[in-house]
Design a binder for this molecule. Structure first.
Ligand code: ATP
Ligand code: MG
Length: 298
């Protein structure tokens, strides 16, 4: 097989960041600046060049087979590189087989429903890759850091208790179980950036006129809650990292490395599905052959 070496490499590169059992997870064990076995950006680019076409190939089979779907959940602090990761992943796939959805502050209509409603309606169809730019995990992140948001969710009062976050982890786990039982494969990414690197990127957005549009006052405000967010991330990974829906904690201080590892994890996950183009049965083959012959004769 043409890509055997590259596939092994994808597994090897992404495995150190994959969390499948949350109980003992500690965020401080994960270095935001790590670049693993990859020496520098140039080396990273070489790895990517060597695997050109691999993801396209896997996606084509996913699409043609029309059985599995892949859901990629991307979560991060602001300026950690979500957009860059999505752009990178999308550059390797056929846009027809891929769907990106960004989850913003819920609308009035969305608030009239349970919180998974809007996420469930965006789950990718069979054969598709779906990317969630933020997700239902905001319900145990921003909502947890700012409990005032919970009040706007119109939940009946007796249901807002100190157990609400535990209950949400439980519900999210059940939801993800349900999806995997239906052939939707889930991969979750936390782009783990340092506070120092975020400051650097915010300053770039302020100082470079081409990046001004990306700067948001709200992002700086959220930076003030850094510690609360880190704790919320750690706890949610402890509670929702499972074998069927793992969290990848991706070093995000070097954008090129973040993109390399996310792509590696996606390739490894698709590869494990053992995808193939659908078989054509004997009578269909006969039919194709006769059409071929008549076309040649034309
Ligand atoms: P970018 O800034 O790169 O465009 P973004 O994901 O930060 O991407 P924004 O429009 O800036 O997009 O922010 C979306 C906001 O919506 C975030 O602050 C996020 O916390 C918030 N949000 C998402 N889901 C929820 C939710 N369920 N409840 C409350 N707020 C949410
Ligand atoms: Mg933003």
């Amino acid at each position: 097989m043409k890509y055997q070496k590259q596939i092994k490499e994808c597994e090897r590169l992404s495995a150190p960041y994959c969390v499948t059992k949350g109980e003992k997870f500690c965020l401080k064990d994960y270095d935001t600046n790590d670049t693993g076995e990859v020496k520098n950006q140039e080396h990273g680019e070489k790895i990517i060049a060597n695997r050109a076409g691999l993801l396209t190939n896997l996606q084509e089979k996913l699409y043609a087979q029309d059985r599995w779907a892949l859901l990629l959940v991307i979560q991060a602090m602001d300026a950690a590189g979500k957009d860059g990761v999505i752009k990178h992943v999308m550059s390797g796939v056929n846009p027809q087989g891929c769907d990106v959805h960004s989850f913003k502050t819920p609308s009035t209509e969305e608030l009239n429903h349970d919180y998974l409603w809007r996420a469930h309606s965006r789950v990718p169809e069979r054969g598709m890759i779906g990317i969630f730019n933020r997700s239902y995990y905001e319900e145990v992140l921003v909502v947890r850091v700012h409990p005032k948001i919970l009040e706007a969710q119109k939940l009946p009062n007796p249901l807002i208790t100190k157990h609400i976050w535990e209950q949400r982890y439980e519900d999210i786990n059940a939801f993800e179980h349900y999806l995997t039982h239906n052939g939707i494969v889930i991969c979750k990414f936390f782009l783990h950036v340092s506070k120092k690197e975020q400051k650097k990127r915010f300053l770039e957005r302020l100082e470079d006129s081409k990046k001004n549009w990306k700067f948001s006052m709200a992002d700086v405000k959220e930076r003030g809650y850094w510690k609360d967010y880190q704790e919320a991330y750690e706890e949610l990974i402890q509670n929702t990292a499972t074998k069927h829906a793992p969290w990848y904690v991706i070093p995000a201080d070097n954008k090129w490395y973040t993109q390399l590892i996310v792509a590696s994890a996606i390739i490894s996950t698709l590869e494990e599905l053992d995808l193939s183009f659908p078989d054509v049965d004997k009578s269909k083959k006969k039919e194709l052959e006769s059409v071929r012959k008549s076309l040649v004769r034309e």
